[in-house]
Design a protein. Sequence first.
Length: 260
Amino acid sequence: MLSLGAAAEAIERYLRPDTFPLAIAVVHDPTEIPERARRPKRDLGVTLSVCQGVSIARRYGWTMAMDGDDLSCPIAQVAFGFETPTTTYAEGTLALGMYAKDGAAAQRTEAAVAAVDAAQAGTILVGPLARATFTPEVVAIYGNSAQIMVAVAAALFGKGGSLTSSFSARADCAEIINRTRLTGEAQVILPCYGDRVFGQTQDHEMAFSLPYQQLDAFVEGLEGCHKGGVRYPVPHYLRYQAEYPSTYQTVMREFAERDD
């Protein structure tokens, strides 16, 4: 496989994202946690949402290590297997009135979160792909819609077809990490409300995630799409003759008549 540095360089060359492409893994052995990884509670003196940790990694270039003790978000606590739902949680209370009009809709919304159980829980590692000292399970990229469009094209370059993604406007951390790990498929991510409020993801940003095992094919797809003309920045078609106001056209005719 390509080195992580070479893969990150290719992503940055062909997609030009504003923030670092990310390596993400969930590890169960403490010895797999990089020595210099920052723990929010221990090293920053705060507990965070997962989306905040992701944003720190992609903006600051830090490797973050997070488990239940580091997390402030109850949705993440359950989604990543650190806690089991309480009665209040299971009733859909966190979605009720915000994302759902009644209890039944709220429970369906909560059930749609891509979750793992306690047996699958582990320390979440997130860091810049280029300098990761751990083996990723997931690679994630944030970008604008045009950049993510090129990423989708690259993911499909070798096999064709289309991608299937799931959107709920909630818990994008679980979409990026859990759903990608569980399905083994690349997907487009719609940043959730919490990612925008707490992770400070911008209005123009979307995200894209893919399993690490598909990274080489993805880079080949980036190269192939670039050669084929599917590129970022998207080139604008400019070989047309502009139509000007009638007064401009009159002066142009006068120029032509004078030249004659």
